[in-house]
Design a binder for this molecule. Structure first.
Ligand SMILES: NC(=O)C1=CN([C@@H]2O[C@H](COP(=O)(O)OP(=O)(O)OC[C@H]3O[C@@H](n4cnc5c(N)ncnc54)[C@H](OP(=O)(O)O)[C@@H]3O)[C@@H](O)[C@H]2O)C=CC1
Ligand SMILES: N[C@@H](CC=O)C(=O)O
Length: 442
């Protein structure tokens, strides 16, 4: 056996991810040491409760409650405890004490990323975060390194496993949102408080990280337009199927020209969207994630795999550990965040896309023409209309009560669409605007 010097590794957290990181590191220590050229010695694992149950066997003597002492004695700190504080404070302590840091904490990066990267740069330390987006999927390194010579135009991502699992159950098993959420919770995909998943907070944090990397700028989570899946109904999913679409919670990050100022900017948004059934993202089932990248020279690329799960996410954390440890052994420039483009974050009103609008209308002559006029008054071009007549009564007394219109538009701005929908809602021939969904991937 080759004798190496040891690098000291502190792990903060032994939950779903941390316990798997520790167990894989202890199990494969010798193999990883050979890959790195140094031993990887786990000096301790910080937890709150020494007696809490663990998902993997961890030697009891490695568990500790004094995170600060572990950090101060480490060459590399792995943060897998989650939350903002004290994780932020611990990472700052680790970086300023000269340790490299690996984190899976998208909530922390989406809110305090810029200040942590600035500290890392100041002290010459490294901050790695492959696990923060897409669990096991390699997406951070491809965006930061492999595509660094290209221009990314757009990213369409399914970046939340829980909501993808829920929408997939509604689509393929006929579940309601409530039934599918109960199943996701049972399987351990959803957070204890599923608001972060259902209302799109988790996906918005990931969108902020992806947009910052892809467009070499800083996108804070507050700059991401966010709508969750709480209002998606089984009826909408069935109607989408009939029109050849699937409903997905998408993170869309785009480089755009601001229609108001003519200047370049960036937009990041998270919302339910219709995807054509033949698009590669439509085939992402269960709790899987996928990130579809459109770049100028590379064309379209898709990164796909397990977006959550302790062991899967541990794979990405350990990949970062090997990179960080190699740099300790062989030196080198490390990685740097590039935010030179400094692009403005555009509001949702600047975005343009296609839409599908479902209306309940009165079944009267001339209704279609009145509605078409309303669209054209706002410069929104209608691509297709499907109509189904709803009747009441039966037999000879059967009378026509109304109709459902499903209207697909060509590309229009959010501003024009919002004005159209407001007028539709106030129109005497429209009984109700049933739903408005954006259509992506066409
Ligand atoms: N789970 C997943 O599939 C994925 C998770 N992530 C990210 O990874 C991180 C960890 O997630 P996960 O493993 O699911 O979280 P868990 O809630 O399962 O585990 C958190 C761990 O951190 C410990 N901890 C929390 N606060 C403190 C504290 N103040 N001091 C010391 N220890 C503390 C807990 O200790 P104790 O056990 O004693 O309570 C626990 O061991 C999060 O940032 C999450 O967003 C990223 C991708 C996927
Ligand atoms: N709750 C998250 C876990 C991983 O980030 C998800 O469902 O994707």
């Amino acid at each position: 056996m080759i004798e190496y010097r040891n690098l000291k590794i502190a792990i903060l957290g032994a939950g779903s991810v941390g316990a798997q990181v520790a167990s894989l590191l202890l199990e494969h220590g010798e193999e990883l040491a050979n890959r790195v050229g140094a031993g990887l010695e786990v000096v301790g694992i910080a937890v709150r409760d020494l007696d809490a149950p663990r998902t993997a066997e961890i030697p009891r003597e490695l568990l500790a409650t004094d995170a600060r002492s572990l950090i101060l004695g480490a060459d590399i700190v792995i943060e897998v405890m989650g939350g903002i504080e004290p994780a932020r404070e611990y990472l700052e302590l680790a970086l300023t004490s000269g340790a490299d840091v690996i984190t899976a904490n998208k909530a922390l990066l989406a809110t305090h990323g810029p200040e942590l990267f600035a500290i890392a740069e100041q002290v010459g330390a490294q901050l790695y975060y492959e696990a923060a987006v897409g669990g096991a999927i390699p997406i951070i390194r491809p965006l930061r390194d492999s595509l660094a010579g290209d221009r990314v135009h757009r990213i369409l991502g399914i970046v939340n496993g829980t909501t993808n699992y829920i929408l997939d159950r509604m689509d393929r098993d006929g579940d309601t949102l409530e039934q599918a959420l109960a199943a996701a919770t049972e399987l351990g995909y959803a957070e204890a408080d599923p608001t972060a998943d259902i209302d799109g907070f988790d996906a918005a944090q990931k969108a902020a990280i992806l947009a910052s990397l892809a467009f070499h700028t800083t996108v804070a989570v507050d700059g991401v337009h966010r709508e969750g899946i709480r209002t998606v109904t089984r009826d909408q999913v069935v109607a989408a199927q009939r029109s050849g679409f699937v409903v997905k919670l998408l993170a869309v990050c785009e480089r755009l020209v601001d229609p108001e100022t003519g200047r370049d900017g960036v937009s990041a948004r998270v919302h339910p969207a219709l995807i054509p059934a033949g698009h590669p993202l439509a085939a992402v089932h269960g709790a899987n994630n996928a990130v579809f990248v459109e770049a100028e020279a590379a064309g379209s690329l898709m990164f796909y795999g397990a977006g959550a799960g302790g062991r899967q996410t541990a794979s990405a954390v350990l990949g970062d550990l090997v990179s960080a440890a190699r740099r300790h052994v062989v030196g080198g420039p490390g990685v740097a965040e590039s935010t030179h483009a400094d692009l403005p974050i555009l509001p949702i009103s600047s975005v343009s896309t296609r839409y599908q609008i479902t209306l309940s209308v009165l079944d009267r002559p001339g209704v279609l023409a009145q509605i078409a006029t309303l669209f054209s008054e706002h410069g929104v071009s209608v691509e297709a209309v499907q109509q189904s007549v709803v009747t009441v009564g039966g037999g000879e007394d059967e009378e026509s009560a109304g109709a459902t219109l499903v209207i697909g538009t060509h590309r229009a701005t959010e501003k024009a669409l919002a004005a159209t929908v407001a007028d539709l809602a106030g129109s005497p021939v429209v009984a109700r605007v049933e739903s408005v969904l954006r259509v992506e991937g066409l």
